[in-house]
Design a protein around this ligand. Sequence first.
Ligand SMILES: [Zn+2]
Length: 521
Amino acid sequence: MRKPVIAILLDALEPAWLDRWIAQGQLPTLAKLRADSARFLLHGVRPFTGELPQVVMLTSTLPEKLKYWGAFNYDALACEPRYVRAYDYGAIRNFYDYSPGLKVCQFDLPKAGFARVAEGLQVLNWGAHGSLNDSSSNPPELFDELVRVYGLHPGLEKDHVEPWQYRRLNDLMGELVAGVRLRTRVHRDLLARANWDLFLTSYSEFHSGGHCYLHFEDPSYPLYERKVASEPILAIAREIDASIADLLLAAPTNAAISVFSVHGMVKNSWEINSMYILPEFLHRLAFPQRIRQPNGPPPPPSVGKWWWADTVWDLTFGNTRPKPNMGEGINWLPGAWYASDWPRMAAFAIPSLDEGMIRLNIRGRDPQGRVQPDDYDRVLGEIGAAIDTLKDARTGKRLIARLFRTRSDPLDDGPHVPPADLIVEWTQDPCDVADSRLVGRIGPVPLRRTGGHSPNGFAWFKDERLPPGDQPKAATPYDLGPTLLDLIGADIPDHFDGCSVLSERRKHTERTIFREFDPNL
Ligand SMILES: [Zn+2]
């Protein structure tokens, strides 16, 4: 006998915000759900904090088995960056896609894919933030039908807004609220179409709003400004609370309910480090003629006045080399600007939005390799120690929090390992200008979107088999799929790397994919 389950992803909602708003009495529906639910802290995926949590949640599988490391990769033969977009759900499918006859509705999950075994429907990229999918559906005609009846989410693909775009920030707020209201109507429609075993949906507006509005929310952010009367992300939260109330009213009375997020949102302190400071640092190491020494104290932090990538290009290269078309492919990512020089560098940075990703140029592995495999450990240590000279030019604080190495054998390469040999986890303070005794001063560059990802998530399950309240043992994104299947009463595939929270045999509470690396040992 199967039990219906309603599962709601509150994408990239920082759990501490939710706790604060509930304590303030702002969110009555979520407050009631919280009180009735078994509540787990969720330790997200680290490294790959921003890129992988949704995919490992949807597959309950480790990235080395998925052979997927996020949207940005590296073509070793061509020695150039590769934009791979979403996981293809080919060899390993959605967690719910192994039970023939399971009736599943999946609406607007980011970085998701179509099912092949489960009955039902999936809708991709209707309004999700950073979905990496084309707007499409299974069955194919459903997407057009939804657009015809309800329209597209008004914020779709328009939610990458910079802090200097005041009018767009204001307009986006209205689009996100309108998008939540449209979701409410779509939910009602889709929920009524079948007796679903699993109704899996997502609200993307915390994700969009968190990236864009954090400087209105967090007084510790360098650009904090209390320019608006109400807190924008809280306004979105209230709308979502009302939308969830509507959904639960229409849900079967015996349904188990889950609300969760697989990563969170904090000050954006990693993007500029990974996107610009690290690639520029490694380029200067290889081409010391580009070293620039500090010239007095840096000017105050700014948001610039034009597109970030254009401004950063002008500050970096000016007219010294042809400027790429920033609208083409991933040219807007500064890491890609250095690719033509990668064959002449011992180490270079692969484009990334979260942790820094460093590839060594290894002879016998990379076509124009410069580092002998026997020198791998030594060079890894040298590069790690060199990066550790980077300090925030304003505060003198170190930029590196931790380093991870991804393999012991440098010739071990392929989709089961990430393209980076060394991964850099940064500290949590936003930095626009860095000094290093090795390469001089990098920046200042304008600060950009102000929210960035944390590995903090949460999962609530309202079901009579689980006691309400905070649970002592944390869970992971890998545990979501098996738990939802367990609540439904469906079989849990053996290959999963997570475990149902109803099971006594939970495998792990936190999974660090790679071992930490201390360049000084
Ligand atoms: Zn994001």
